[in-house]
Design a protein around this ligand. Sequence first.
Ligand SMILES: *[C@@H]1O[C@H](CO)[C@@H](O)[C@H](O)[C@H]1NC(C)=O
Ligand SMILES: *[C@@H]1O[C@H](CO)[C@@H](O)[C@H](O)[C@H]1NC(C)=O
Ligand SMILES: *[C@@H]1O[C@H](CO)[C@@H](O)[C@H](O)[C@H]1NC(C)=O
Ligand SMILES: *[C@@H]1O[C@H](CO)[C@@H](O)[C@H](O)[C@H]1NC(C)=O
Ligand SMILES: [Zn+2]
Length: 561
Amino acid sequence: MTPLQLIVLCTLLLVWWIEAEHVYPSPNERENDSDFWMKLGEEEINEALAQTKNTNVAKNVILFLGDGMGITATTAGRIFKGQKQGHAGEEGYLVWERFPNIGLLKTYNLDKQVPDSAATATAFLSGVKGNYKTLGVNGKVKVNDCTASLVKENRVKSIIEWAQEAGKETGFVTTTQVTHATPAALYAKSPSRKWQCDTRIKALGKNASSCKDIARQLVEDEPGRNIKVIMGGGRQEMGSPLTKDVMQDCVRSDGRDLVSQWKSDREAEGKSYSYATSTGELRAIDLENTDFILGLFGDLHSPYEVDRDNSSQGTPHIKEMVEVALRRLRRHEEGYFLLVEGGRIDHGLHDSKPKRALEEIVAFEEALQKVLELVDLEETLVLVTADHSHVMTMNGYPERGNNILGLVETSEDISDGLPYTTLMFTNGPGFNYTWNHLKVQRRNLTGVETDDKDYVSHSGVPTHEGSETHGGEDVAVYASGPMAHLFHRVHEQTYVAHVMGYAACIGPYKGCVRSVEHPSNAYKANEDFRGSRASSTANAANWLFVYMIGVLQFMKNLNIC
Ligand SMILES: *[C@@H]1O[C@H](CO)[C@@H](O)[C@H](O)[C@H]1NC(C)=O
Ligand SMILES: *[C@@H]1O[C@H](CO)[C@@H](O)[C@H](O)[C@H]1NC(C)=O
Ligand SMILES: *[C@@H]1O[C@H](CO)[C@@H](O)[C@H](O)[C@H]1NC(C)=O
Ligand SMILES: *[C@@H]1O[C@H](CO)[C@@H](O)[C@H](O)[C@H]1NC(C)=O
Ligand SMILES: [Zn+2]
């Protein structure tokens, strides 16, 4: 064999090896030993015993909402995160998965077993359950019922109104339109989440003057006009000049330019403001001297993380938006409420493109990590939850560490002998069967790049493109900070708003009086959550700390000290 042949052969072998390398190794070298698990169990017991209740009044409340981020997506996101770092992934945690308290939430709408994002947002932001596709109104209002939505008793107040009434500043950051269902439930009352601009209302033959569109409510009405930080996409609904040739989703027909209106309102009030449409403009904001911030980073939505232009002419990472929002809001002495929505997790799943959804979860987590570096959990309640799930499932018996987006090549349980992916959907656009003149066959995925951002995963029931549906099982809520321990069982989703209100003593709980203790939280922002070898000393120090707290607690219980 000539040296050249040898080089070619070695290169081919290397390429083959890299391609075949889709099973990631565990970072826990000793996980095959019983001792490893006995020690881990003991450490977790000690951590649980060391937990104290933080009964402080929350000065600040931050709600992280992963749109559509059900339990399956969360587990897949956890594995994906680990695999991006070269680990198997199952052994790791997402940052919020180490929060000290957790509960499960029932997400149904009053008229639907499986909910949409508008009525669920009303539930967790206002504490009252509503009907499918309605915003900021109770069960007396059905979708599109303008008249019922105008009845005062049918309109509900959200956490953003409770916070503003208590003198706190408020803001929201989303990757969807600023008028999209989740943020809209903060400030709008509408019988339809679709009424983001006037055109949609007129198309139904309804009166767009009495039932004002969502974008106008954001700019013109209370509490929208008082929101200090507004970031997301949605230039169409706001009547801004469009910069790119995008899908015409909701283009205004009344000729209003709501961004100009927002700016001139600030001028009339004598308040300083900044408007940004790119990362460069966002970075140029003087955060110490700006009262109001409006960032619109898309004609439609803010782009998916996998498509984002990360130059300064492009659009910001969710982490950067959140950091700006927080640095602005935390200047306020009375505290703040901030909603952060990872809105495109939901879109990736509706498209049945798992890679898109999982990258959004990782970006969402980075934003949370940044927040935890900036806040004090003694005075800030931080919640992470989802509005609803999706019909994605993690199935088959893939090997430990198998690429979460990859193929399961062989499985005795599969009767057609074809490979499949771990993540599939019970319905969606990926319905794909053919007739080979003998039998119906599903798509042969051999050689298909299933970890491509545009790979559409298989589904059992066909839907229109982008219309894989939500799932109806419970979602989790993860909590840290004052009163986080109020999440303790399966709850109605509406309970989230009540816990936020109670923790901060605002809204229906504004009279609350309670003794303020100063316990330390089990959660520490600097703790390493990846469970990787590199950080074992940091972990050991943390565990030692937790262990010592546990011993002290034990001695206290025995009245030794
Ligand atoms: C655990 O043992 C299995 C064989 O049972 C082996 O394949 C695997 O690599 C071992 N894991 C580690 C982390 O050493
Ligand atoms: C629409 O509503 C406005 C405000 O409530 C009212 O003044 C107007 O007459 C209504 N228009 C129609 C066509 O009903
Ligand atoms: C269905 O499978 C065929 C190959 O069998 C592929 O070319 C096509 O893109 C697939 N369609 C969808 C929607 O996945
Ligand atoms: C699937 O495709 C691969 C590659 O084209 C082929 O080798 C295999 O036989 C196919 N499997 C079936 C069951 O048709
Ligand atoms: Zn959705």
